[in-house]
Write a protein that binds this ligand. Structure first.
Ligand SMILES: [Zn+2]
Length: 120
């Protein structure tokens, strides 16, 4: 059994200008400094904007065989960056400004993917 409760998004914060980026970065995209330190990004954010995917994507789409429309959000984190990710649940329940929570999940091929779900 895999413990997903400790899984989060990795980020990097600049020691010179405090710019925070997604993933591990050795150089700040804002000021060019190499004074970057790894940080764990917040698990909670808000929906900055979103769209609803109503058609099964072509190619290697790995979602459920019986395609269901889903919301694809641009989630704003407290660190000031935005992350693109699916939002779980009925797309009709999604709105701009909605509080959401990072939700990792394990695919059948043992790869961790993530979405966000509304905070209850
Ligand atoms: Zn910087």
């Amino acid at each position: 059994m895999t413990d997903l409760s400790r899984v989060g998004l990795a980020g990097s914060r600049c020691g010179q200008c405090s710019e925070t980026t997604l993933g591990e970065n050795g150089r700040c995209p804002n000021c060019g400094s190499d004074d970057m330190a790894p940080v764990r990004l917040s698990d909670r954010g808000t929906v900055w904007t979103y769209t609803v995917v109503r058609h099964r994507p072509p190619g290697d789409y790995r979602g459920p065989e019986n395609f269901e429309p889903f919301a694809l959000g641009l989630i704003e984190l407290p660190e000031g960056l935005r992350v693109v990710a699916p939002i779980e649940g009925d797309p009709a329940d999604v709105s701009i400004g909605l509080d959401v929570e990072f939700t990792p999940r394990l695919r059948p091929d043992d790869v961790v993917e993530f979405a966000y779900q509304p905070v209850k």
